[in-house]
Design a protein around this ligand. Structure first.
Ligand SMILES: C[S@@+](CC[C@H](N)C(=O)[O-])C[C@H]1O[C@@H](n2cnc3c(N)ncnc32)[C@H](O)[C@@H]1O
Length: 218
């Protein structure tokens, strides 16, 4: 037991050390395939692995002919790295300055990738102003509490409203739909669906593999 614990401790320390290096994103990406197979082995539980999320983002881009990807929550840049050869332009917004700086360095050579630092609710109008056609949005910025920042319960609805009121028919994927619990001031999946479909009747909202999908009806 003691041996196991110390092995676990060593692994954690190794991980923390790696986190400070530029190769951490690549190290995390190495875990995507085992993660995916483990998810299959467990009978495809609701929370989906990153590889499946990448597949959904890729498929929506292809299905709707969208060549621009907008992401909220860059984190270690895993989605940007996976999608950078699939989209002509990628804008990704990250709240934590150290993560945004790291991603900016990581994608410095990719001229079609731009990382923004700030709160996605605040930065979103600037990104929307850069668009000249429909884009795919990957909303993945811990909308239900992240790094202790739980204050802005309206951020999701504010961003949905900005994107859906924009003149282009953008498609939206929202990760971690299980976070829409309907408790403690957080809306439920049904609340978001009712809000979007009543305010924007040409839109439909579905959830599959823990990803909420806001598309055009019909
Ligand atoms: C789950 S991770 C994103 C994973 C990434 N989208 C991917 O697919 O690999 C959530 C990220 O959102 C960031 N974040 C949290 N609140 C934010 C906000 N208000 N605006 C922008 N980013 C935010 C966090 O710092 C974190 O890096």
């Amino acid at each position: 037991m003691l041996g196991l614990l110390s092995a676990e401790g060593i692994l954690k320390a190794f991980r923390r050390l790696l986190q400070r290096t530029p190769v951490y994103g690549a190290y995390k990406a190495l875990g995507h395939y085992p993660d995916y197979w483990y998810w299959i082995l467990r009978g495809r539980p609701p929370r989906s692995p990153h590889l499946l999320k990448q597949k959904v983002v890729r498929e929506y881009g292809e299905k709707f002919g969208l060549k621009t990807l907008v992401e909220t929550g860059t984190y270690y840049g895993e989605m940007v790295a996976a999608m950078k050869s699939r989209f002509d332009r990628i804008y990704s917004i990250e709240y934590v300055p150290a993560l945004a700086e790291r991603a900016t360095r990581k994608f410095a050579r990719d001229e079609h990738v731009r990382i923004f630092c700030g709160d996605s609710r605040v930065v979103m109008p600037e990104v929307l102003a850069l668009l000249n056609g429909a884009a795919l949005f990957w909303l993945d910025a811990g909308y239900y509490g992240w790094v202790g920042k739980q204050g802005d319960q309206q951020r999701l609805s504010a961003e949905l409203e900005m994107i859906l009121s924009h003149p282009y028919p953008h498609m939206i994927l929202l990760d971690d739909a299980h976070g829409l619990t309907g408790r403690d001031g957080i809306p439920s999946v049904g609340d978001v669906k009712a809000y979007v479909e009543s305010k924007f009747p040409q839109r439909s909202v579905e959830v599959e593999f823990d990803i909420m999908r806001v598309t055009l009806r019909g």
